[in-house]
Design a protein around this ligand. Structure first.
Ligand code: FES
Length: 86
């Protein structure tokens, strides 16, 4: 499984002690790309549990209710493509 994720940050987020979860004493960094509190994990990764291992997904919607759509083919601006048909 994989995901196409849109991010708009143009630089790093510096973390400090205030980013620690006071209950767990740790910082969980999102690796799925779906968190509404990016770069921190907010549990949104649970929506990926039913993803097929051979498919690529794009989650549509930005209010935390993103629904997965399967990506069959990506067309780049230069006209080249990438996808399951190739
Ligand atoms: S890993 Fe992305 S929300 Fe948890």
């Amino acid at each position: 499984m994989s995901r196409l994720v849109e991010l708009d940050a143009t630089g790093p987020k510096k973390l400090d002690e205030s980013d620690l979860d006071p209950e767990k004493g740790d910082i969980a960094v999102c690796q799925c790309g779906l968190s509404g509190a990016f770069p921190f994990c907010d549990g949104s990764h649970r929506r990926t549990e039913s993803e097929d291992g051979d498919a690529c997904y794009r989650y549509i919607g930005g209010d935390g209710s993103q629904q997965p759509k399967t990506v069959a083919r990506v067309v780049y601006q230069d006209g080249t493509t990438e996808g399951v048909d190739e």
